[in-house]
Design a protein around this ligand. Structure first.
Ligand code: SAM
Length: 274
């Protein structure tokens, strides 16, 4: 399916620019792929090192995820889609018994180089075949569920490996605002004006415009918030809370940070297994 064109107000002028999406038919792409293998070095360089000062989506998501996870000392913890393992490392330092699972053997190679004392498993979040039932006290996932085609299969697998009444906490690039066909509008000085949302209701796989960005390289599975939440409830989780983190108000130089201080780029979901 080729990209379509429409008029978008950018830099205070209306001009025809390509919208940054194409969507495969719902259900058309359900095969997991280790898409991050070819992108592993670049992705591994993006992870936030100084969490307190980070103004990126990754920094914001990780900061709020760690607050939501709380004290994990002595707990059996699974990091679903762990990437190069920066969250797993932080939790291991605070005493969690962390296992990192990812489909990308290249990211896991970097993860193993960057830490010891964490078990890393190459596998698919959609079935979690390497793990027996009820073996974790906590499962979390940072910015990975939109990379995974089979959401319901993943939820079922997470529920199976979690002990009863234990938590599943995950962050997403916010599905309402970072959706196919959306854009960030700026004025002539490059200051943030608005974020547009064009095709929120169309669920499916999409790839953004651009070169070298995460979503232009590996794409993402767009789903509505109601899909994420209702499917979670349907497989046997109870919703504990949603968090929509923003950057604190400040005079940020970059338009992206100005945007993130007004519109949450991340959605955090905290659920409990029945
Ligand atoms: C955006 S990255 C986030 C990585 C890491 N959680 C972080 O915070 O840096 C998404 C990760 O999900 C992994 N992934 C995608 N599909 C997967 C699957 N089916 N099973 C396990 N991991 C998967 C990718 O390989 C990638 O490492």
């Amino acid at each position: 399916m080729s990209p379509q064109f429409c008029g978008v107000r950018k830099n205070n002028a209306w001009s025809p620019i390509p919208t940054n999406y194409y969507i495969y038919p719902p259900g058309g792409v359900l095969v997991a792929s280790a898409a991050y293998d070819a992108f592993a070095e670049q992705y591994a360089d993006r992870v936030p090192t100084d969490l307190d000062s980070s103004l990126t989506v990754e920094g914001l998501a990780t900061r709020h995820l760690l607050v939501a996870l709380g004290d994990v000392k002595g707990q059996d913890v699974l990091d679903l889609g762990c990437g190069e393992g920066h969250v797993a490392r932080r939790l291991a330092v605070s005493g969690g018994k962390v296992t990192g699972l990812d489909l990308s053997s290249e990211l896991l190679r970097i993860a193993r180089q960057r830490s010891s004392g964490i078990e890393y498993v190459c596998g698919d979040a959609q079935d979690l075949q390497s793990f027996r039932d009820s073996c974790f006290d906590l499962v979390y996932s940072n910015l990975a569920l939109m990379d995974i085609p089979d959401l319901v299969g993943t939820y079922r697998a997470v529920r199976r490996v979690l002990r009863p009444t234990r938590r599943f906490v995950f962050t997403l690039v916010h599905p309402c605002f970072c959706a196919p066909g959306g854009d960030v509008l700026t004025d002539e000085d490059g200051r943030f004006l608005a974020r547009t949302v064009a095709r929120y209701t169309e669920e499916g796989f999409w790839r953004s415009d651009g070169v070298g960005t995460v979503r232009s390289t590996v794409g993402a599975h767009h789903r509505r918030v109601s899909t994420y939440v209702n499917e979670l409830l349907a497989v046997g989780f109870n919703l504990r809370r949603l968090v929509e983190p923003t950057l604190p108000p400040a005079d940020y130089a970059r338009a992206s940070a100005q945007c993130y201080s007004k519109i949450p780029p991340v959605l955090l979901v905290e659920a409990v297994r029945d």
